[in-house]
Structures are given as structure tokens and as C-alpha cells.
Design a protein around this ligand. Structure first.
Ligand code: ADP
Ligand code: MG
Length: 690
């Protein structure tokens, strides 16, 4: 059996109780122990002069006890004054027994380790570790820095130290295999695995602790590198597996595509044309396209999807467009119908709410192939849905699906050994570090240009103590003929509460602004009701639309030029950016008012300031990643995704370029590659094992 995978119970002195405690730290086998890295270190390698101690120093001192007194105060304590010729230090014990009290007598020389803190009579150590100095005066200090590990209740630092020590004592290529070939390690100047682990658990006295605290030491970087590499390899494997499947080659014939473009009231931007060409080329290949299209909100991704769909249809295949919400699916359905019906094509539609005969009709048109394009929510991927000949699957607003979800959708779209081409579109730009890690299985295109004639949105921050002023502004804006959104945000992840908040706000606004026509949409309304209200707003029959974050995606009302967002501090920046993208679609100057609740945390202030400073979705995404971490940026649903044991995308993001190159080189070492994936992702949990 692989040594590294031996259970911790194989170690001396580890029984079931201990194993359970270790499990809480995610430690099951010897390898887990080795990857349980110290948080920081203590320096017990040197004796420090008492006179030179500074508050906060954690160190070893040796001195003679001069006085030892029990103080009867509010808390009984034992105080020992210790001198070493350079100064005096007080040792303070609140818990002590008679034996200890008798042992700590004046005249005794002891060695202590603790943190020096300011006390009433100069520096003191509270409950230091101490030991009687050996008779012969020889001082046995530690040879290496002492690791301090992340702990859980009921577990002692010393126990974990001894266990890891035990594993390290046997550490060689047998215990934990070096999986990076020596030639590549030399080329990329990477430490060996064993050296890195040994160094991090037992750093030499002169190790650069500052560097290690920052996680930037070559030994740490080596481990982070390996972990990122394993994730990358896992996704590459998925990619290769998909590539091995065939896909129908769907070359561009420019029949329907040309007709469609001729009918559009505008010409696609240069960026749209470039990305569409990249997609067109992929689809002509006999293996599945796996392409991610990123474009800021309003950059016109739908046109790119439509062009790809038409290319599929030109070749007699079907295309599916999947959106994350019914509202967005509906909007796509309306758009695609208006674009494609004039070309003599049929668009089908499938969402959860569609029931009975209507649903059967849609399903029938999908299976008999009379539907050329099918628009829907994830209802599209249910078993009852059978495509006659699915050539292309477009997944919109991808950031709401995690890696595992995305891969399982891919699996479902598969038909025997033939997979459809896949186009994934994200409304939220994804920071580069994330595209290079979480999306490493995809090719990436970026629409980095907005259609002409957009005016940037002015963003204003106002505390909700000035709510009345904001309401007056709403009144004035409506008097000018503007339409406005009033958005109520999520309250503690509860959709129900969010809807109630929207209802309350709506009532208040109706009372305060009786002259305005105010509508309400929220997630708990029936789809038909929602659609009716949206239609009224679009037709300018409403001045103000009070909404929950359901309007986040897809709503297109160019005349709406002001958005007020209540409690924006509750939302991620990407989501705020999405919401804000609903205004600024017409020719008039637009405003977004972020009405935050006091008090606002420091991070909260920083985040909202970013919204005021920039409208560049990529910058906002980077900042969001920096302030909230990858889990949040990818969406709240996929908490398990992109959780690294050692690597940290912010700290180690600069490694990703090299990781990708090395991943390419690892193709010559398939066995090691597979083992790397198993080591870091586990056998069952590697990507694509769905
Ligand atoms: P998103 O990238 O956010 O999905 P959409 O595809 O919904 O953006 O496009 C936003 C709006 O911009 C739509 O009304 C669309 O018709 C319009 N649009 C798209 N491309 C162009 C273009 N090249 N020129 C002018 N308007 C465009
Ligand atoms: Mg869109």
C-alpha cells in the first residue's frame, strides 16, 4: 500500500479518539499530516537576554529565581522574579499546585519559553513553559524553529508536533512519492517535495520567517505549485476526454447567418465579429468546441450565441440555449423568436413552469427535429428531453454554475460517443486567475468592446439615513419622464424575506409618491405576473419598478436610466455590476444610487468605492476576488469548488502561467499526472467524475 495513504492509526499512540480529532482537521492519512502546514513558528533555537526583550517577543530565556510569592488578590497568583544579569522578568501563574509552588524556589535556575508582555512591574510571561536548567549547565535548545499548527479543540500542539515528527523521521520517496520529474523540477527551479515538507515542518533557525508567514517561501510555493498543477491536470484530463468524443463538424455556410445579419438594425462590433469567428472555426471541427465567451454586461453576447445557433441550423442540427432563470430564458426566447422566425425557423421553449399539453408539444418538436433552436432553463437537461440532433449547447450566465455542475451538464448533453459543441457565456467577467484555474478546461474568448453610443453610469453612494432625499430625487427624475428601478437586496439568503422587504418598500413608495405608477416584481410571484409587470415597465406604463434581484439578469429597458439599490453592501460586486448594467442602455445620462445601511465595515466601504470608481467589469471582478475570495466570486452555490488545501489564488495566482506550461509538459508523464490528481483531488472527487 502507498505509504502516504496509510491511516493515521498506523502511527504509534494514535487510537480511535485521536483519529477522530485529527479528522476534524481534515487529516486521515499520513500524507494529510504532512500537508498540514504550520501557521507560524516559534524560535526556541536561541537563548535571549532578558534585558533585550520587547513586548510581544516569544522566546526562550534562562535566569535565576530571585523571589517567589503567592499574591492573594482578586485572582490568586504565583509571581516569580527571574534575573539573568541583563534584566528582570516576572513569571505569572494563575493556576499552580503545591508541587509547582515548592519547586519554583529562589535560587533555582530555570529555562522558560513564553511571550513577553507588559505587566505592572515590567515585562512578564504568563504561564510560560518552563524547565529546571540541567545540573551541568548545558543548554539544550531546539535545533529548528518550532512549528505552530492549526488546531482543533482537545488536541495539543505537542501531540501533533510529535506525530508529524514521526512521519518526517521516515520521510523519503517511499513515504510520499516525488511526482514531478527531476528534469522539469530543474527547469522550473522547484524544490523537491521531501525537502519542501521537511523545511516547512522543521525550518532551520535562520529561516526567513517573514517570507514564510506571507506564504512566499520556495518550499511553500513548490507545494502550491503542485496543488494548482493537479487541479489543472484534472481539468485538462476532462478536456481531453471530451475531445476524444466526436462532434458533428458544422462548418459555416453563411446562408442563414448572412440573412440574419442583414436583418439586424446594427452591425456587430469588431469584438463580436472576432469572437463569432473563433466560435465558427471551433464548430467546424469534428470534436466538441469547449469555449467560454466573456463579455461585460451589455457587450452583446446574445448575438454571438445567435450566430453560433444559426451555424448549427445551417448544417441541419439543433441548438439549445440554456439560461439560469425563467425570466432570462423568456427574454432569450422572445429575442430568438423575433430573429429566427422571419428566416423560416422554429424556436421551441422549455422551462419548469411549462406543463401539460403545451409542454408535450414543445417536447415533441424537440424530438422530431421541427424545433431548430430550443431555449430554456436547466429543464432542458432533464431526461424526458430528447433532441433529434443536438449540435450546439449554449449555456448563458455561466458564473452561476460551479465547475462540477458545469461538467455534469456537459455529461448530460452527450449523446453516445458524440457530444454537442459547447459555448459558455458569462455575464460577469472572470478574473484571469480564475479562468486559468476553474476554467482551465475551456478555450476563452473575450468581447472587450461595448456597442457604440453607451453612456457610462454615474454611481453615487448615499447612506440610508438620507432616504428622504433619495425619494425626492426619484420624484424629480420621474417628472422628467425617466423610468427607474428600485432594487431590494437579499436578506440573509432568504428569498422570502427579500420579497417581503420589496413589498414593504413598494408600499412605502406608493404612499410617499402617490402621483407615480409603481410596479413590483419579485421571485415569489407567478411567472405570468412577473412577465406582465415587466412588459408594463418596458412599455413605459410604469414609472418605477420595485424589484428584488430577480431583475439582475437579462432585462432590457433602454428608457430606464436610474437605479436605486437598497443595502448594496449585501451583494457581491459582480452582482452589483450586473444590476447596474440594467441602466445606461439608452442615450441619456444614467445614475446608480447605492443606498447603504450604516455602519459600513471597512471592506464594505472599499467594495462600494470600487463600484463608484469603475464600470469596467474586469476590474470589478478582480477586486471582488481580492476582497471576497474565489468561492464567492464564482457564486455562492459551489462552495466546494476551488477550495485549495495550500494554494491561494490571490497569493499564488502569478504561478498559474507556469502551471499551465508545466501541465503541458506533464503529458509525457501520464502516470505521474494521474497520481498528482489523485493526491490532491482524491480519487472520487477529481473533476469530471460525475
Ligand atoms: P449581454 O452581453 O449582456 O448579454 P445583450 O446581448 O443582451 O448583452 O445585448 C445588449 C443590448 O445591446 C441588446 O439590446 C442588443 O440588441 C444590443 N446590441 C448588441 N450588439 C450590438 C451592436 N453591435 N450594436 C448596437 N447594439 C447592440
Ligand atoms: Mg446576456
Amino acid at each position: 500500500m502507498n505509504m502516504a495513504l496509510r491511516p493515521v492509526t498506523d502511527l504509534k499512540g494514535v487510537g480511535t479518539a485521536m483519529a477522530l480529532k485529527l479528522e476534524k482537521l481534515g487529516i486521515h492519512c499520513l500524507q494529510d499530516l504532512l500537508f498540514h502546514l504550520p501557521l507560524r513558528y516559534q524560535d526556541r533555537t536561541r537563548i535571549r537576554a532578558i534585558g533585550a526583550l520587547r513586548p510581544g517577543d516569544e522566546c526562550v530565556v534562562i535566569g535565576e529565581i530571585k523571589t517567589a510569592d503567592v499574591l492573594q488578590g482578586r485572582r490568586r497568583s504565583l509571581l516569580c522574579r527571574v534575573q539573568d544579569g541583563t534584566g528582570t522578568l516576572t513569571l505569572r501563574f494563575f493556576h499552580f499546585n503545591a508541587g509547582q509552588k515548592n519547586a519554583l524556589k529562589p535560587g533555582l535556575t530555570i529555562r522558560c519559553f513564553g511571550e513577553a508582555r507588559p505587566g505592572p512591574g515590567g515585562l512578564e510571561m504568563v504561564h510560560p513553559e518552563y524547565r529546571k536548567q540541567t545540573e551541568d549547565g548545558l543548554v539544550a535548545v531546539a535545533e529548528t524553529l518550532t512549528p505552530v499548527y492549526p488546531m482543533t479543540e482537545g488536541l495539543q500542539q505537542n501531540r501533533v508536533r510529535t506525530l508529524i515528527q514521526q512521519v518526517l523521521d521516515e520521510l523519503d520517496d517511499q513515504t510520499i512519492e516525488e511526482l514531478l520529474p527531476a528534469s522539469l523540477r530543474a527547469q522550473w527551479q522547484l524544490w523537491s517535495l521531501a525537502d519542501s515538507l521537511r523545511y516547512l515542518h522543521q525550518p532551520p533557525a535562520d529561516a526567513d520567517q517573514t517570507l514564510m508567514l506571507e506564504g512566499k517561501h520556495p518550499a511553500q510555493r513548490r507545494l502550491a505549485f503542485e496543488e494548482l498543477l493537479a487541479h489543472n491536470l484534472s481539468l485538462q484530463k476532462v478536456r481531453l476526454k471530451t475531445r476524444e468524443q466526436g462532434a458533428p463538424a458544422l462548418p459555416l455556410h453563411n446562408t442563414l447567418v448572412t440573412q440574419f445579419l442583414a436583418g439586424l438594425p446594427f452591425t456587430p462590433t469588431g469584438a463580436q465579429q472576432r469572437v463569432a469567428a473563433e466560435v465558427a472555426q471551433d464548430m467546424a471541427q469534428p470534436f466538441p468546441m469547449l469555449r467560454l465567451v466573456q463579455g461585460d454586461v451589455g457587450s452583446g453576447k446574445t448575438i454571438v450565441a445567435a450566430l453560433a445557433a444559426l451555424q448549427a441550423v445551417e448544417n441541419g442540427a439543433q441548438a439549445a440555449i440554456m439560461a439560469p432563470t425563467e425570466i432570462l430564458a423568456e427574454q432569450h426566447y422572445i429575442n430568438f423568436t423575433s430573429w429566427l422566425e422571419p428566416l423560416g425557423l422554429k424556436v421551441a421553449w422549455l422551462v419548469g413552469k411549462l406543463k401539460g399539453k403545451a409542454r408535450q408539444e414543445q417536447l415533441a418538436s424537440i424530438v422530431d427535429g421541427s424545433a431548430n433552436v430550443v431555449v430554456g432553463t436547466h429543464a432542458l437537461f432533464q431526461e424526458e428531453v430528447v433532441f433529434k440532433d443536438l449540435g450546439l449547447a449554449v449555456i448563458d450566465e455561466q458564473h452561476r454554475f460551479g465547475v462540477h455542475q458545469r461538467l455534469s451538464l456537459r455529461e448530460k448533453g452527450r449523446n453516445g460517443n458524440c457530444a454537442p459543441h459547447q459555448l459558455i457565456m458569462t455575464a460577469t467577467p472572470i478574473p484571469r486567475t480564475l479562468t486559468m484555474s476553474a476554467y482551465a478546461d475551456l478555450d476563452c474568448s473575450i468581447i472587450d468592446e461595448l456597442p457604440p453610443g453607451r453612456t457610462p453610469v454615474n454611481t453615487v453612494l448615499i447612506a440610508d439615513t438620507r432616504r428622504n432625499e433619495v425619494i425626492e430625487r426619484v420624484r424629480a427624475a420621474c417628472a422628467e419622464g425617466r423610468q427607474l428601478y428600485w432594487v431590494c437586496t437579499l436578506i440573509e439568503e432568504s428569498e422570502q424575506l427579500q420579497c417581503q422587504a420589496a413589498e414593504v418598500s413598494c408600499e412605502q413608495l406608493r404612499e410617499t409618491l402617490p402621483e407615480l405608477r409603481i410596479g413590483l416584481v419579485h421571485g415569489r410571484m407567478k411567472s405570468a405576473e412577473k412577465a406582465a409587470v415587466m412588459a408594463q415597465f418596458k412599455a413605459a406604463e410604469l414609472d418605477l419598478l420595485v424589484a428584488t434581484t430577480v431583475i439582475e439578469v437579462g432585462v432590457d429597458v433602454p428608457n430606464a436610466s436610474v437605479m436605486i439599490i437598497e443595502n448594496p453592501e449585501r451583494l457581491g460586486l459582480a452582482q452589483l455590476h450586473q444590476l447596474r448594467g440594467r441602466v445606461g442602455r439608452g442615450p441619456v445620462e444614467s445614475f446608480c444610487v447605492l443606498m447603504y445601511q450604516l455602519p459600513l465595515s471597512q471592506t464594505g466601504k472599499e467594495r462600494l468605492a470600487v463600484m463608484r470608481q469603475t464600470t469596467d467589469g474586469f476590474k470589478i471582478a478582480e477586486k471582488d476576488l481580492e476582497l471576497r475570495g474565489p468561492g464567492e466570486v464564482l457564486g455562492t452555490r459551489q462552495t466546494g469548488d476551488m477550495q485549495f488545501r495550500i494554494a491561494d489564488l490571490q497569493r499564488d495566482g502569478d504561478l498559474l502561467g507556469r502551471v499551465r506550461e508545466l501541465a503541458g509538459q506533464m503529458e509525457q508523464f501520464p502516470q505521474q499526472s494521474q497520481q498528482l490528481v489523485w493526491r490532491w483531488l482524491g480519487r472520487g472527487e477529481e473533476y469530471g467524475n460525475v
